[in-house]
Design a protein around this ligand. Structure first.
Ligand SMILES: [Zn+2]
Length: 94
């Protein structure tokens, strides 16, 4: 049996990977950007490898702003810090 694996693109390195190997990042309707460990948070989602490097790459090239098409929202340094620590936490889960 050949079950199709859902693939997603990491916005850090641009690689296509099975969804399960990626961490979901969501922008909620309140314009909060957060790490979605459950995969069930409502909002516009995007994906990153379980790799700190991809996270940093994404921050550096403003990947979140591009992906969420939020010219109006820029993540503040504080928000980036928050996101970074929850991303780190998410990496530890597996
Ligand atoms: Zn990546």
């Amino acid at each position: 049996m050949n079950k199709k694996i859902p693939m997603r693109t990491c916005i850090g390195c641009g690689e296509n990977k099975p969804k399960k190997e990626l961490v979901r990042i969501v922008k909620t309707s309140e314009n909060d950007v957060l790490v979605d460990v459950t995969g069930r948070v409502n909002g516009r989602g995007t994906y990153l490898c379980k790799d700190m490097e991809c996270f940093e790459k994404c921050i550096k090239n403003k990947g979140f702003n591009k992906t969420f098409k939020t010219g109006d929202i820029k993540l503040s340094d504080e928000e980036v810090e928050k996101l970074r620590s929850s991303f780190e936490e998410a990496l530890k889960l597996k």
